[in-house]
Design a protein around this ligand. Structure first.
Ligand code: FES
Length: 113
């Protein structure tokens, strides 16, 4: 499977409640896992702006808001929904958020990476 993504187990479904995020690691890559209702989303843990830990941010629907400069990313697509800003100064994130497909199998959450 060299160079291809494969599903790896990162958590069990009971470890994370709806509306919560938790840090996970898959193949040595630090990610965040978010649960929205019964949907699970995996994404890079570092904010594409200045690298803040997005697990310490807030979920708004299926989007995560970075606590540092309030950039907002859709966890399903990785798209930036709101640019970071500092007081009244608008800033740009370097990229969208990297996201990874998830699936549930036998009570386990798997992430394709
Ligand atoms: S580090 Fe996340 S918005 Fe600035």
């Amino acid at each position: 499977m060299h160079g291809m993504s494969e599903y790896v187990k990162v958590a069990s479904t009971g470890e994370i409640a709806p509306g919560q995020m938790m840090p996970i690691e898959a193949k040595g890559v630090k990610l965040l896992l978010a649960r929205v209702g019964d949907a699970y989303f995996a994404a890079q843990r570092k904010c594409p702006h200045l690298g803040f830990n997005l697990c310490r941010g807030k979920l708004e629907g299926r989007a995560v808001v970075c606590p540092l400069h309030k950039a907002k990313f859709d966890l399903a697509t990785g798209e930036i929904e709101r640019d970071p800003r500092l007081l009244f100064i608008g800033m740009k994130a370097k990229s969208d958020l990297a996201t990874y497909p998830t699936k549930i199998e036998d009570g386990a959450v798997l992430v394709a990476i």
